[in-house]
Design a protein around this ligand. Structure first.
Ligand code: PEP
Ligand code: MG
Length: 553
């Protein structure tokens, strides 16, 4: 039995599928003379395989995004079909008796070096392509599985060193029963996506990629934080029983769907869902969400090769607005950076990405991206109850700057005679200690707050939210965080503004009494958690909850 950090609850049983991490380790450098022939054969075979893979990707992209976008892959194929490139690699295998992977690596490196010397932006981008292609080719030479979680076509439990948020967002939930990773923490975005997809997951399971082999029979029980590898029949039977009970319990909560989260003494808390794409609306509605409290728009920007256009964004926001009818939808502007990468944005590698160039810090520099997104949101605001929310705020200057930008976009829309909601509400996430400490001043600038307890905890405690080595220190109920939450709620209410909370704490059933007692007006969370939180609120008493808060404070 292995354990880790339970990041998304549930029990699943099935075969393991090991997925390699992105990094390629090359151990063997040289070959014997009589291995040269087979080494060259492997190189040609792998090259053809790589070309075939890229042609398939090209076809897929063409179908999804059009011919123009797929042209970039034609360039990739040309690199591989280049006779000079091929000849250089074969020469190294023959003359130096290097393995084909080392030969490929060396030639790729040499090509990139030469291109970089030319100091030309177009060619520099091409260097990245060459690196990408080289890695893919080397992986094929070494027969390493290349991840494409969308393509998994049998029911499996994924075992991997790590999964990025964008990879997780690609998961086909019909076939992926759950996943176990060696790295990651409770509120990493990979875990958040798993929770909202409703797939059981355990992160931080040490050495799990060494302990589990492909096709091993696995029990993933993330309710009790237990992983069994090839367990005995009696354990399987027992776990199946527990799973049945768990599902029955969830089923029993269905009746709450159309009921309000009203305490016994009449206080109503609004219950929202966090979503990361338009498909999530279905799960949100099924679980009884009354609003979308957080749309993480960065996922609209990931898993593609270029920025979504204004129109693409507009269509997405409009679709959500319409699907939610007259219910509120809080659209958060692009919160890229930290653990969420977007390859084509070519963000610099940073030592401390969570403290670095992310979210509005990027948008305030890249006004083209900011204005395109604001324009798309404003245009869509005509079709529903949209609100704008800015993340990662630390100062009044930032929110004033961003509000001015909203104003400018409104003026240009007016000039173009395009309809939009002139009174669209603007809010900020309070997710840095700085914002919490100046929340009284910030409240005067905006219409609402939403507390981002995931980042607020990370920044207040100086504990990386995605690092399993310090996950025991990650505690959103730490007295320091609690004191900040109290301050934020007071600041909002004394300025006549409402305050929500959209971090993972919103779905933590041990925190519900505290959150309603302290005065949170709205809780937004992963959809599968909505029924249980509603149930707890409906059994609570505001008076009691307030007493509990007093004791805690
Ligand atoms: C948060 O920080 O609490 C939050 C809701 O935003 P994200 O998890 O996307 O950083
Ligand atoms: Mg955040």
């Amino acid at each position: 039995m292995i354990s880790g950090i339970s990041v998304s609850p549930g029990i699943v049983l099935g075969k393991a599928l090991l997925i390699d991490s992105q990094k390629v380790k090359i151990n063997k450098k040289n070959i014997l003379k009589d291995e040269i022939k087979s080494e060259i054969k492997n190189f040609f075979y792998s090259k053809e395989k790589t070309i075939k893979q890229i042609k398939n990707i090209k076809k897929e992209i063409e179908k999804k995004l059009g011919k123009e976008k797929s042209e970039i892959f034609e360039g990739h194929i040309m690199i591989l079909e280049d006779k000079e490139f091929e000849k250089d690699i074969i020469t190294l295998i023959k003359k130096k008796q290097y393995t084909s992977e080392i030969s490929t690596k060396k030639i790729i490196k040499k090509q990139i070096k030469e291109i970089k010397k030319l100091n030309n932006t177009y060619l520099k981008n091409r260097a990245l392509d060459i690196k990408d292609i080289g890695n893919r080719l080397i992986k094929n030479i070494l027969k390493i599985n290349i991840k494409n979680l969308n393509k998994i076509n049998k029911k499996v439990i994924i075992i991997s060193k790590d999964l990025t948020p964008s990879e997780t967002a690609q998961i086909n939930i019909k076939n992926v029963l759950g996943f176990i990773t060696e790295l990651g923490g409770e509120t990493s975005h990979t875990s958040i996506i798993a929770k909202s997809l409703g797939i059981p997951a355990i992160a931080g399971a040490k050495n799990v990629t060494k302990k589990i082999k492909n096709n091993d029979y696995i029990i993933l029980d993330s309710i009790n934080n237990e992983i069994y590898v090839n367990p005995k029949e009696n354990i399987i039977k027992n776990k199946k029983k527990i799973k049945k009970k768990f599902l029955k319990k969830i089923n029993k909560l269905k009746f709450l769907k159309n009921l309000k989260a009203r305490t016994i003494d009449g206080k109503v808390i609004k219950i929202g869902a966090n979503i990361s794409n338009t498909n999530d609306i279905k799960i949100a509605k099924k679980n009884g969400a009354e609003l979308i409290g957080l749309y993480r728009t960065e996922f609209l920007f990931m898993n593609r090769n270029n920025f979504p256009t204004e129109n693409e964004q507009f269509e997405s926001y409009k679709k959500i607005a319409k699907k939610m009818k007259n219910k509120e939808v809080i659209i958060r502007t692009l919160d890229i950076g930290g653990d969420k990468d977007c390859k084509y944005m070519k963000l610099p590698r940073e030592d401390n990405p969570f403290l670095g160039y992310r979210a509005i810090r990027i948008l305030m520099k890249r006004k083209d991206i900011l204005r395109t997104q604001l324009k798309a949101i404003l245009r869509a605001s005509y079709f529903g109850q949209l609100k704008i929310m800015f993340p990662m705020i630390i100062s009044l200057q930032e929110i004033r700057f961003l509000k001015k930008e909203v104003k400018k976009v409104k003026i240009s829309l007016k000039k173009e005679n395009i309809n939009f909601n002139k009174n669209i509400k603007i809010g900020v996430m309070i997710e840095t200690p700085a914002a919490a400490l100046i929340s009284n001043e910030l409240a005067k600038e905006v219409d609402f707050f939403s507390i981002g307890s995931n980042d607020l905890t990370q920044y207040t405690l100086a504990v990386d939210r995605g690092n399993d080595l310090v996950s025991h220190l990650y505690n959103p109920m730490h007295p320091a965080v609690i004191k900040l939450i109290k301050k934020i709620v007071k600041a909002a209410h004394s300025n006549g503004k409402w305050v929500g909370l959209c971090g993972e704490l919103a779905s933590n059933k041990h925190a519900t009494q505290f959150l309603i007692g302290i005065g949170i007006d709205e809780l937004s969370m992963n959809s599968p958690s909505i029924p249980i939180i509603k149930k707890i609120i409906r059994k609570s008493n505001l008076k009691n909850a307030k007493k509990i808060v007093k004791n805690i404070l």
